[in-house]
Write a protein that binds this ligand. Structure first.
Ligand code: ADP
Ligand code: MG
Length: 335
């Protein structure tokens, strides 16, 4: 059997039952944005790791090394944000093909250090090897959080409002533009391309959600709204109803969809790498959470509600309700 027969998530489900050899101290293993460990103090230790592979996640022609380095760290910090934690230490492992020179790697580290400095993180180690063909960047980040502040995918309840801390689809549209290799079109939509190449980890937003206690579940949108909401729903045992009329569409996204003759909703529902947070908020806390976000000048969009059941539904602009399937990014089962 090939991985493409079961998909990335089928594979993860397959290995998960055999992973826990020693359960003491493990609060959460495989199945959330970070692993969560109890070392006995008042706080939990968290750890996440993410891999970026040349020609799978990025092309060296698309951006300079600083941008690539910054993104490699940003996507890990996004998983720390998804769990409501404070990032601590960074480990960087590289597999470097011969054609990549040291100046380029200096740039990669400059980009990473810039973001690490912004979030007060150390780079405490890693590994360096050669690579037969492509550049591989693996980063791991630890974090900490008081025990009752950690955000889990599994905490959504029927009736919760589903919110996102950013617009969805821009990064996917940017990727679409980059993959076409049409420089003129890329230049037409710099904000979409920037959304793809330079995502911001939503650590500020995470802090509000985590510290306030006024939320249930959270995840970061790395694979796409339909997939990542699916992760929340499956882990929490709930369904969801999204309102198409509430899904935020930026002007550039709408213009790019016209230019490329695409349905912008495909990017919004299935586009990956947005790296904003998707969270669920109990109805009684929604207005307070909204006010807290607006006070800090941060965006918050109400996309729909969690409900009993398991289906993920979308009420279209015509009022019709239809199920949506997880059409987000899967490395082995591409939409
Ligand atoms: P994210 O998109 O938040 O980085 P993933 O979808 O990559 O999360 O992973 C989901 C879960 O599966 C996480 O708990 C992750 O640590 C785990 N996981 C992914 N790949 C593997 C693997 N090869 N071996 C063990 N656990 C894995
Ligand atoms: Mg994640």
């Amino acid at each position: 059997m090939k991985l493409s027969d079961m998909g990335e998530f089928g594979f993860i489900n397959r290995i998960e039952p055999f992973s826990l050899i020693r359960s003491s101290g493990v609060v959460k293993g495989i199945g959330d944005d970070c692993a969560v460990m109890d070392l006995g103090g008042p706080e939990y230790l968290l750890l996440t790791t993410d891999l970026m592979v040349e020609k799978v996640h990025f092309f060296m022609e698309w951006a300079g090394p600083e941008t690539i380095g910054e993104k490699a760290l940003a996507v890990n910090l996004s998983d720390i944000a998804a769990c409501g934690a404070i990032p601590l230490e960074v480990f960087v492992s590289l597999a470097v093909p011969q054609r990549v020179d040291v100046d380029w790697l200096d740039g990669l580290y400059k980009g990473m250090w810039g973001l690490a400095k912004k979030h007060d993180c150390n780079v405490l180690g890693g590994d360096t090897t050669g690579s037969a063909s492509d550049l591989v960047i693996n980063i791991s980040v630890t974090g900490r959080a008081p025990k009752d502040r950690v955000l889990y995918r599994s905490a959504a309840k029927p009736g919760d409002f589903i919110i996102s801390t950013g617009k969805l689809g821009d990064s996917a549209a940017g990727l679409d533009l980059l993959l076409r290799g049409d420089k003129e079109k890329v230049q037409l939509f710099p904000d979409l391309v920037k959304a793809h190449l330079s995502p911001r980890p939503h650590l500020e937003e995470s802090k509000i959600l985590s510290n306030s206690g006024l939320r249930h579940a959270a995840i970061d949108v790395s694979d796409g709204l339909s997939s990542d909401l699916g992760h929340i729903c499956r882990s929490s045992g709930v369904g969801a109803l999204l309102e198409e009329s509430n899904l935020p569409l930026g002007n550039s996204l709408t213009a790019a969809a016209l230019e490329l003759k695409k349905d912008p909703m495909t990017w919004v529902l299935n586009g990956g790498e947005a790296y904003c947070l998707l969270a669920t908020v109990p109805p009684e806390y929604l207005s307070t959470v909204e006010a807290m976000f607006h006070k800090e000048g941060l965006e918050l969009f109400i996309l729909g509600r969690a409900q009993e059941g398991a289906d993920i539904l979308l009420r279209g602009l015509d009022g019709q309700i239809r199920p949506i399937s997880a059409g987000g990014w899967d490395h082995f089962n591409k939409p």
